[in-house]
Design a protein around this ligand. Structure first.
Ligand code: SF4
Ligand code: SF4
Length: 106
């Protein structure tokens, strides 16, 4: 398990790619004043997905933060549910594409 992450809002361009990719919905944005993305560390499981999708390389590990084991476990449950939903979406997409292909060849 990697440490939780935090966003350096200086270089952040508020593209929301990290927020959309996060399996635990740990990244929020606030639109009061300057729109700003912030990581809710209690929901972060340190999966590194947001770090990989960030085009500005402005998400980094917070080595100081010590996660609460109970909250971490509940965030992992959320991540597993997200992964299951994503798998369902992929299967449905594949089935739709297959049906469309069969229609063309019918
Ligand atoms: S490391 Fe994973 S869980 Fe944490 S904010 Fe990034 S995508 Fe979300
Ligand atoms: S992906 Fe990077 S640049 Fe985009 S909102 Fe997240 S932290 Fe900011």
């Amino acid at each position: 398990m990697l440490p939780v992450v935090e966003i350096d809002i200086g270089p952040c361009i508020n593209c929301s790619l990290c927020r959309r990719a996060c399996p635990t919905e740990a990244i929020n944005y606030f639109s009061t004043g300057k729109r700003t993305h912030v990581v809710d560390k209690e929901l972060c499981i340190g999966c590194d997905i947001c770090v990989k999708v960030c085009p500005m390389d402005c998400i980094d590990q917070d080595m100081e933060y010590k996660p609460d084991p109970v909250k971490l476990e509940s965030a992992k449950v959320k991540a597993r549910a997200f992964a299951k939903r994503q798998r369902g979406v992929r299967v449905a997409r594949r089935e739709r594409a297959q049906r469309a292909k069969e229609k063309v060849h019918a």
